[in-house]
Design a protein around this ligand. Structure first.
Ligand code: AMP
Ligand code: GLY
Length: 432
């Protein structure tokens, strides 16, 4: 099969690495890809939101399957575009259609969906500029901190958690009447703050049956001990020690099954990944958000643990035969450390030469923001630059290997968190 993978981050390099190992894959194209995906296939300079350009490429290269990495093309309807085109209709797209993508594309839709299907989540209400005063009243009923979410996609920045009632009211006003996040904040979901520990659960579904992929925990803040601003993710671990059998059974019964059944009841044919952001509140799972794609950097910790052929699983997703497939998962732990450009998540410089990549032998280095110049020199081209992932028989061993590999890599102003997995290492000892 000829496969086209859309995206350019660490998630896509991890996918490309795995897909390129499949005996079902003949040619792999990655659009637009990065310097890492070049090792797995051919990069193509396409704008993912230019569906006509994607169409022309798919027809020209006789692509047999399209895998969509990020959410934006899905929310904007790339899968629907394929289904509406006579020549593309039979080419499977991994990723939901526009209706299913609303689970991520509209926070209000996803909260209503959870409430229709009795899926545990924080209490909430949705407001618009016309109902600003009611929003203030609702905030007054809640305890701090307050959680305000722009309804639409806001490049990962649409969630604000003010600590005081005054700040929350100001924030609500800015979002609704001053369009702080543009059209994305023309509706705002206000919800109760859930206190607990977060994890990411991933499901692959063909719209009927599903497989639960390895779960992961992401480290979102820039600084050690979860300090400083939020980022796209500074590291990840899989498996997650506090997501034991009993907890995961609750997740499956209370969240995964009602989600899949809910989609079916609403006639939403969903083929792709569902990423469920969960809060473990004293051992009880609550949904914080749905995403309609895999997480980044979670994918860089999850994909190495999948032993099954991913392309065969994708084929089963497209044919609706996922129930017949077995998902084999490695028992080993993976710890992923993200190397970022100094200054990130604020302003940072690009174009720094990366050295030492060839010296890493004990880890996978998934590229996130890298590019290769005409002289084949690999340089930084984004905030998150490289994801270094290692296997270990436990998290301690995996983390030690990742940090040893990190010490071999360098670029000017490179920064990384030194504590990825440390919080869970002590917890895992307590649990065991
Ligand atoms: P984002 O990944 O930008 O959607 O950020 C959402 C983050 O906000 C989550 O990862 C949580 O850390 C936090 N968050 C969202 N909703 C809640 C909630 N109801 N209670 C506590 N934290 C929340
Ligand atoms: N790591 C969180 C995300 O991909 O949204």
């Amino acid at each position: 099969m000829n496969i086209l993978l859309l995206g350019s981050g660490g998630r896509e390099h991890a996918f490309a690495w795995k897909i390129s190992q499949s005996k079902r894959c003949e040619k792999l194209f990655i659009a637009p890809g990065n310097a890492g995906t070049l090792q797995c296939g051919t990069n193509v300079n396409l704008n993912l939101l230019d569906f006509v350009a994607v169409r022309n490429f798919v027809l020209e290269k006789k692509i047999d399957m399209v895998i969509v990495g990020p959410e934006e093309p899905l929310v904007k309807g790339i899968h629907d575009f394929f289904l509406a085109d006579e020549q593309l209709r039979n080419i499977p797209v991994i990723g939901p259609e526009k209706d299913g993508a609303q689970l991520e594309g509209s926070k209000d839709f996803s909260k209503q969906f959870m409430s229709r299907h009795r899926i545990p989540t924080a209490r909430y209400q949705t407001f618009t500029a016309e109902t600003l005063q009611e929003g203030f009243n609702f905030l007054e009923q809640l305890n701090p901190p307050y959680v305000l979410k722009a309804d639409g996609l806001a490049a990962g920045k649409g969630v604000v958690i003010p600590n005081t009632l005054d700040d929350a009211k100001n924030e609500l006003k800015e979002m609704l009447t001053d369009a702080k996040f543009g059209a994305a904040s023309s509706k705002v979901v206000i919800e109760e703050f859930l206190k607990g520990i977060e994890l990411s659960v991933f499901v692959l579904t063909d719209g009927d049956s599903y497989k639960i992929l390895p779960e992961a925990k992401d480290y979102k803040r820039i600084g050690d001990q979860d300090t400083g601003p939020n980022t796209g993710g500074m590291g990840a671990v899989s498996p997650v020690p506090f997501a034991g059998k009993e907890f995961m059974q609750k997740v499956e019964e209370r969240i995964i099954i009602p989600t899949i059944e809910g989609l079916k009841k609403e006639n939403i044919l969903y083929k792709g990944f569902i990423f469920i952001g969960l809060m473990n509140v004293n051992g009880e799972p609550y949904v914080i958000e749905y995403n309609v794609r895999m997480g980044d950097p979670e994918t860089e910790a999850v994909i190495p643990r999948i032993e099954s052929d991913l392309v065969e699983l994708f084929e089963a997703v497209s044919k609706g035969t996922l129930a017949e497939k077995e998902l084999v998962i490695s028992k080993q732990s993976v710890v992923t450390v993200m190397l970022v450009s100094g200054g990130y998540p604020g302003d940072y410089e690009k174009g720094k030469v990366i050295s030492g990549l060839g010296d890493v032998k004990e880890s996978f280095v998934f590229h996130a923001g890298t590019s290769m110049d005409e002289k084949e020199v690999i340089k930084t081209s984004g905030g998150r630059v490289l994801a270094v992932s290692s296997f270990g028989k436990n998290m301690e061993e995996a983390a030690a290997l990742s940090y040893r590999s990190v010490s071999k890599i360098a670029f000017e102003n490179m920064y990384f968190r030194k504590d990825i997995s440390l919080d869970l290492q002590t917890k895992s000892q307590v649990i065991k």
